[in-house]
Design a protein around this ligand. Structure first.
Ligand code: SF4
Length: 297
């Protein structure tokens, strides 16, 4: 196998099928609420995070029940992971975190949590609690790294450094927590050489899972304004397939790869407009890997 695929890996973790259900647990983000900045990361529009059943006006339980009802029609035996996805899901006092995570775990057939957050938003106290939680349920902590280059992180107004990501990942890993990292390929100021250089840096982190996304320029974001004023190169689907293959070939091969692309609603995207569904992209990628004879590394 050229890469270790998440869907196979997750099937090995449970004796039944599991599906993630996104919940919007009404957290905020220090890069939006003024603690770090009000503007957020330049690429960010949180409206692109959530499927339609996510609504912070509804309780966590209700969101999960609605998500379950959606999937249970097709797969009645399915069990679920509550995916705390929108904003920074450890950015609150510990008691609030406990209440929200416990509410999700109390829902029937929810067998674990996936908690997405910023690397500068997880206190040692919260990590100690997550370590305990990890003893009694399935848990993944997912960190937005986005880039390993501090100049890029400044340019996209990320509000933390790469070393902050490194330290957060090490601390979670030392506590035995499965950690996932999220990277964006194609950020302004990064050429292919720079991205490939970063791949080996990312590969040295004690991560279990990696998610790659192509940069998407979303209407109304600061990045959209930057792109309009000073257009920069955005990958075609073919260029991105080739980049991903070169990027993945720099990674250690026990790293589980969960995704390669993201799909924001087409009416919100300025560029790139590939018109491909996620699975169609993965098919293209796998076809190219076979053509190159890389399917057995
Ligand atoms: S991408 Fe995440 S960290 Fe950045 S502004 Fe949006 S919610 Fe906050």
């Amino acid at each position: 196998m050229f890469y270790k695929d998440y869907s196979h890996w997750i099937r090995e973790q449970f004796p039944f099928r599991v599906q993630k259900i996104s919940v919007d647990a009404a957290f905020s983000c220090p890069n939006r609420d003024g603690r770090l900045s009000l503007g957020g990361c330049t690429f960010c529009d949180n409206k692109t995070f959530n499927p339609s059943y996510c609504d912070r006006g509804k309780s966590i339980t209700q969101q999960l029940e609605e998500g379950k009802a959606f999937f249970a029609k097709k797969y009645p035996e399915m069990k679920y992971l509550a995916y705390f996805q929108a904003y920074s899901n450890t950015y609150a006092p510990l008691e609030e975190l406990k209440r929200k995570y416990e509410e999700a775990l109390a829902v029937d057939n929810v067998v674990g949590l996936v908690i997405g957050t910023r690397p500068d938003c997880v206190s040692d106290e919260a990590l100690d609690y997550l370590q305990q939680l990890n003893q009694r349920t399935f848990l993944i902590v997912e960190y937005g790294i986005e880039s390993a280059n501090d100049n890029t992180l400044r340019r996209i107004n990320r509000g933390h450094t790469f070393d902050c990501s490194r330290q957060a990942i090490i601390k979670a890993h030392q506590r035995g927590i499965i950690t996932c990292g999220h990277i964006i390929l194609g950020l302004p100021g990064e050429d292919e050489e720079e991205m490939l250089h970063q791949a080996s840096t990312i590969s040295q982190l004690p991560l279990d899972i990696l998610k790659l996304h192509q940069l998407q320029i979303i209407k109304g974001t600061p990045l959209a304004k930057e792109y309009e004023a000073h257009p920069f190169h955005v990958f075609s689907a073919e260029e991105y397939v080739n980049l991903v293959i070169r990027y993945v070939s720099q990674l250690r091969n026990d790293l589980v790869l969960e995704r390669f692309v993201s799909q924001s609603p087409p009416n919100m995207v300025i560029a790139p407009k590939w018109g491909l569904k996620n699975h169609e992209f993965t098919d293209l990628l796998n076809k190219r890997i076979r053509e190159l004879g890389y399917d057995h590394r």
